[in-house]
Design a protein around this ligand. Structure first.
Ligand SMILES: NC(=O)c1ccc[n+]([C@@H]2O[C@H](COP(=O)([O-])OP(=O)(O)OC[C@H]3O[C@@H](n4cnc5c(N)ncnc54)[C@H](OP(=O)(O)O)[C@@H]3O)[C@@H](O)[C@H]2O)c1
Length: 278
């Protein structure tokens, strides 16, 4: 059955490979990108390769909650429903940056905005729908720093990235419980260590050079997309929810990610932070 699939950050890396393969399989793809030019280029390439004309581009910048809200309204008007939401877009910055709404950039782009987008689109997801959140094995070093959520006192890229990727797993666990009787699954994925654009816009030349040298350790974006595509289409996962996948298998995520007290506190705080947009 052809599905309507929304993929954030689908103009490059894992998201683009995911869009390409799912378009090949005949699904309707809504590419959600922040940059019109980069988005259009990828959209045209995917249509040209697959011959699938049902590949659409919509603009949304996850570093702005207004943009997420605007996009969800435009999507609702244009499509009305979806079957799969892939929260793929992500960022990694060496310097501490603050998004338009005052939150530390990793926390907003990699966690708060996917939370907002998912909740705003939830009632458009059809029965048997699937939500897939891109996490990372980096979450294992993470914690939720409720007393310094924007890492103003002590920032490092890995600390910020790990906090956000742990937060999206806690969100996955919470949402899975809430959707238990709704016939919608929600899972998260570690895609592997993938060579992509993640982090390349940073100016720390030394780190960039190290990453270039270590290229051989990385897998391709196509490989990184495999588990995501599996979660979209495979029948055997249709009833699996609230899990963390790696290499198409359920894995245990970190001990903290199963802490129900942290999970509830984060959910409640997030609702508070996002209340003007929800
Ligand atoms: N690469 C890895 O080894 C690895 C490992 C674990 C998890 N992941 C996760 O996998 C996902 C995909 O990453 P990737 O490796 O494919 O990286 P990528 O090539 O950099 O792709 C990231 C995508 O997110 C988009 N994006 C970034 N900031 C955005 C914003 N503010 N609003 C909207 N879109 C935004 C980017 O758009 P632009 O092109 O406009 O920047 C791009 O399309 C991310 O969530 C990442 O954290 C990756």
């Amino acid at each position: 059955m052809s599905k309507v699939i929304v993929i954030t950050g689908s103009n490059s890396g894992i998201g683009k490979e995911t869009a390409l393969e799912l378009a090949k399989r005949g699904h309707t793809i809504v590419m959600v990108c922040r940059n019109e030019e980069r988005g259009k280029k990828a959209q045209e390439e995917i249509i040209q390769i697959t011959g699938n004309e049902n590949v659409y581009l919509m603009i949304c910048d996850l570093s702005s909650f207004d943009s997420v809200k605007r996009f969800s309204e435009e999507f609702r008007n244009q499509f009305g429903y979806l079957d799969v939401l892939i929260n793929n877009a992500g960022t990694m910055t060496y310097e501490r940056e603050v998004a338009k709404d005052g939150f530390e950039l990793h926390f907003q782009v990699n966690y708060l905005s996917p939370f907002l987008l998912t909740n705003l689109l939830l009632d458009c997801i059809r029965p048997n729908g699937r939500i897939i959140n891109l996490s990372s094995m980096a979450h294992r070093t993470g914690n939720i720093y409720f007393n310094d959520i924007n890492l103003e006192k002590d920032f490092s890229m890995l600390k910020a990235y790990a906090q956000a990727k742990l937060a999206i797993i806690l969100f996955t666990h919470s949402l899975a419980k809430q959707l238990k009787d709704k016939n919608i699954t929600v899972n998260c994925v570690h895609p592997g260590v993938i060579i992509s654009n993640l982090g390349i816009y940073n100016d720390k030349k030394v780190l960039r050079r190290i990453l270039q040298r270590l290229k051989w350790m990385f897998s391709s974006p196509k490989k990184g997309a495999e588990t995501v595509i599996y979660l979209v289409d495979a029948d055997e996962v249709s009833n699996i929810t609230g899990e963390y996948f790696y290499h198409k298998r359920v894995r245990k995520s970190s001990i903290l990610s199963y802490d129900e007290e942290i999970e509830k506190k984060l959910w409640d705080k997030t609702l508070e932070w996002l209340s003007p947009w929800l």
